[in-house]
Design a protein around this ligand. Structure first.
Ligand SMILES: [Zn+2]
Length: 266
């Protein structure tokens, strides 16, 4: 009984705080039709919805894609969202769950790829996560035009949990006079693993390392060194056409990306 009452209170709290707000009051963001919800009380929700729409529009403009008219995308701001046992953001079936506002960029990339009607979803998880992580890293420097009050926190650096490895990565960046940024950390971390394992690397590490660490290295290589965003989007939509688009299989592209990453370090 007690549990049922607590359950009911929890449900009421949950639904009571769910607030919808649409983008209709922003004429310049007509392409974004996201329904926002808040699972925790947030006095800035109207402003956050507006910023969400502006970010969505900037990513749409960068990609040249828009949300398809028949899509019903939702964004749930939930700072306690549990995904695979830990508090994390997630994208699933037209709903992006954001544990924090920085995750918005990453999950929106998944969302627009899914609901633009352009990309076959999902391609290989390495390409999918690599692209979302790559955009998350370059967002502020290369895509964002607007000033974002709620996205002012710097993009977090995903660090190695091993302090020795972490120190090695930082020393590597210092030796190469590279700034400690999320993308440089990721480049150096992958380079450290590559120096140990060479071309066997992609077959030795686990899926999550391949998707979230080598994936962005691959995407960075394809966009910055292999003809830009347009061929990449063609590849993203139909990654089985790697050979036709880039003249190499996906496996060979991954090795070329690792060699390119290697060339950035002395
Ligand atoms: Zn993701």
């Amino acid at each position: 009984m007690e549990m049922r009452i607590y359950g009911l209170i929890a449900m009421l709290l949950c639904f009571g705080l769910t607030v919808g707000c649409t983008s209709t009051d922003l004429p310049e963001t007509k392409s974004a039709t996201i329904q926002y919800e808040f699972q925790q009380e947030n006095e800035n929700r109207e402003a956050i919805c507006k910023e969400g729409d502006c970010i969505a529009k900037e990513i749409n403009d960068y990609l040249g894609w828009t949300i398809a008219a028949d899509a019903n995308p939702r964004c749930v701001f939930d700072n306690r969202h549990i995904y695979e046992g830990s508090v994390r953001s997630e994208y699933k079936d037209q709903v992006m769950y954001c544990a924090n506002y920085c995750d918005f960029v990453h999950e929106y990339v998944h969302l627009i790829c899914d609901v633009s009607g352009k990309a076959k979803y999902p391609p290989e998880s390495m390409v999918r996560e690599g692209f979302a992580t790559y955009i998350e890293y370059i967002w502020k420097d290369e895509i964002a035009q607007g000033e974002y009050q709620y996205l002012q926190t710097d993009v977090r650096i995903n660090r190695s949990s091993d302090p020795t490895e972490n120190a090695q990565v930082e020393a590597m960046l210092e030796m190469n006079e590279m700034e400690l940024t999320p993308e440089n950390y990721q480049r150096a971390f992958v380079q450290l693993a590559y120096e140990r394992a060479g071309e066997k690397l992609p077959y030795l590490v686990d899926d999550s390392f391949v998707d979230y660490w080598i994936g962005p290295i691959l995407v960075d290589f394809l966009i910055t060194q292999q003809g830009g965003l347009k061929p990449f989007l063609g590849f993203y939509c139909e990654s089985e056409r790697a050979q036709a688009i880039y003249g190499r299989s996906l496996d060979k592209l991954v090795l070329a990306a690792l060699k390119y990453n290697d060339s950035l370090f002395v």
